[in-house]
Design a protein around this ligand. Structure first.
Ligand SMILES: [Zn+2]
Length: 165
């Protein structure tokens, strides 16, 4: 057996593993529910049955709760303006703006290259968290949407998400 037959696969394996580790170290965590990369601007932390879980955004968390019927304890949200972790008990949500970090990606097209309409996305309409009502108001002026307390957002969307104080 030649050394090339041994070293080449080993080198490829090491390179793939190193790439994966760099990707993870760069903060590209994966959403528990939809497996999309989690943006640092919308990361949402919760527990389900005592297990820590990470969601890509509050909208995905609510979709997960509605679909599974699970009680979801929301531990912290990310303030879109600063990137800081904030308590869901005092957070504001902008619901339905034109900003959605999760539902981005290549546009699906039909056989004639016409864009297909998206009928459902678990992260839409978007839900973006803010620490202050003033920052949420400034955001809505540029991107639309409606401001509400996080606790009202969960109730309005039929989720079983509960805030942890
Ligand atoms: Zn998600």
């Amino acid at each position: 057996m030649s050394w090339r037959k041994v070293l080449l696969p080993a080198a490829v394996t090491v390179a793939v593993l190193a790439g994966f580790l760099v990707y993870r170290a760069a903060g590209h965590e994966e959403c528990t529910a939809c497996r999309r990369p989690v943006s640092e601007r919308t990361a949402t932390f919760a527990t389900i049955g005592g297990h820590k879980v990470l969601f890509c955004c509050p909208a995905c968390l609510n979709s997960h709760s509605r679909q599974t019927g699970n009680d979801v304890n929301v531990v912290s949200l990310t303030d879109y303006a600063s990137g800081a972790m904030i308590s869901p008990a005092s957070a504001y949500i902008v619901h339905g703006s034109d900003v959605n970090y999760c539902a981005r990606g290549p546009v699906r097209v039909d056989e004639h290259k016409h864009a297909l309409d998206s009928h459902y996305d678990r992260c839409a309409p978007s839900a973006i968290a803010f620490a202050s009502a003033a920052a949420a108001t400034r955001f809505v002026q540029g991107h639309g949407g409606h401001i509400m307390a996080f606790s009202n957002y969960a109730l309005k969307t039929g989720s079983r998400a509960r805030t942890v104080r």
